[in-house]
Design a protein around this ligand. Structure first.
Ligand code: SAH
Length: 397
């Protein structure tokens, strides 16, 4: 691959020199020469001195990622192998766990290669390529992975069609094909995952610690409403923790069968739980009309979603979502408010919470706070990378 030399905006030289990894269009004096994704970019300052080397790969976040701040370091198979090896050696505790066999092995820029993640699912690996650019390095990266680990098989997701969407191909790469559902373990519970069936595999591993706390500390004896429930992962942990009943609400038709499956593989009778296919915003109206209230409500919406009647954007509408939730939460009940929106930080998220309670004439206490778990490594130079924000809130009035 040829190397394209680009000059960084003088104002941003220091930021890049200190380790900021994302190359965005407005950080560059010019983007001339950027044509082929996967090309190597050499960033220089206004005196043409080397700052860093990265690759060109378009994502919604930017134009590419820095890979190395060492002028002599080459971006070759050895480079990828070193990065992967380092990431793997930081997750040995997960590899050795008897309780959990699904975790993130490689977390993009947090592990030194933006645009690439690798997850482990009970012997199988799933690689996510977030741009055409990073996909150009697939041979080196897959070879490195095969040399470093014993895998049963490797799958991949290409998340770089127009507008960063998922490309629906056969996702199998090499090794042995898994039988689906593949059953994985998380803190002793089971999840059914599908590595070859669309962009989402059935569970979001970044909520592992949140699920555990719900099971171990908050669920016992509670009625639990799980909104935007997807495959019901939070409901499963609440039920395992002794919830008297869970109600899972998601508008996707597939969510019902998927949630039944997750309950069943955990020995929970799904007929004693409610699984409702419905727009959450309609469900709130229904609950108010029927005067339903819950001891615990879990909110984990996508950052952005469009349904027939509603457009939901976490940045704009989270306060309103909380107000509707407060109205159907029992006094002393718990609201688990979660968002993966990277466009605002924890401080802002807490301001939404404060506003919602004030405008509801209600009062609250913050009980717990989470960001990404240990296996989702992040770096201090790129705060946006730590996108997850979860707060447990007690409604005290
Ligand atoms: N909380 C889930 C993950 C949520 S993924 C978990 O822990 O696994 C987002 C989900 O929100 C998707 O399943 C999608 O179908 C659902 N969704 C999006 N908009 C919705 C709406 N208006 N009402 C109900 N569900 C919605």
């Amino acid at each position: 691959m040829k190397e394209i030399i680009l000059t960084v905006n003088p104002k941003l030289e220091d930021k890049f020199k200190k380790g900021f990894p994302l190359i965005s269009g407005d950080a560059l004096a010019s983007t001339a020469g950027l044509e082929e994704e996967g090309s190597i970019i050499k960033l220089v300052d206004r005196r043409k001195q080397f700052i860093a080397r990265g690759y060109y790969g378009k994502q919604n976040k930017g134009l590419g990622w820095i890979l190395s701040w060492k002028e002599q370091e080459r971006i070759d198979q050895g480079f990828f192998e070193r990065k992967l090896n380092n990431a793997i050696s930081q997750r040995l505790g997960f590899y050795q766990s008897d309780e959990t066999n699904a975790f993130r092995v490689f977390n993009g820029e947090g592990d030194g290669i933006g645009g690439l993640t690798i997850d482990y699912f009970n012997g199988y690996y799933l690689i996510n390529w977030y741009s055409e650019g990073i996909y150009q390095f697939k041979n080196d990266i897959i070879l490195s992975l095969k040399q470093l680990v014993d895998s049963k098989g490797i799958y991949q997701k290409k998340r770089f069609a127009q507008s960063g969407k998922y490309i629906d191909d056969d996702d199998f790469v090499t090794g042995e094909r898994a039988e689906f559902p593949l059953i994985v373990k998380e803190n002793g519970a089971n999840f059914a995952v599908y590595l070859n069936d669309g962009a989402m595999v059935g569970v979001f591993l970044d909520q592992r610690d949140v699920r555990k706390l719900i099971r171990d500390k908050y669920a016992e004896g509670k009625t639990v409403l799980n909104t935007f429930s997807y495959t019901g992962a939070f409901s499963v942990f609440a039920a395992l923790g002794g919830a008297v009943k869970t109600t899972s609400v998601d508008l996707a038709n597939r969510s019902e069968a998927k949630t039944i499956e997750q309950f069943s593989i955990n020995g929970i009778d799904y007929e004693e739980q409610d699984i409702i296919v419905m727009d959450v915003f309609n469900y709130f109206k229904y609950a108010v009309k029927k005067q339903l209230k819950f001891d615990m409500v879990i909110l984990d919406p996508p950052s952005f979603a469009r349904s027939k009647k509603h457009t939901f954007s976490a940045a704009k509408d989270y306060t309103d979502l909380l107000k509707q939730t407060i109205a159907i939460t029992e006094k002393n009940g718990i609201i688990v408010a979660s968002t993966n929106a990277s466009s605002f930080d924890m401080k802002k998220f807490k301001s939404f919470i404060d506003k919602a309670f004030k405008e509801s004439g209600s009062a609250y206490k913050l009980m717990e706070e989470f960001s990404l778990p240990e296996d989702y490594r992040t770096i201090s130079q790129f705060k946006q990378g730590d996108y997850l924000k979860v707060v447990f809130i007690q409604k005290i009035k």
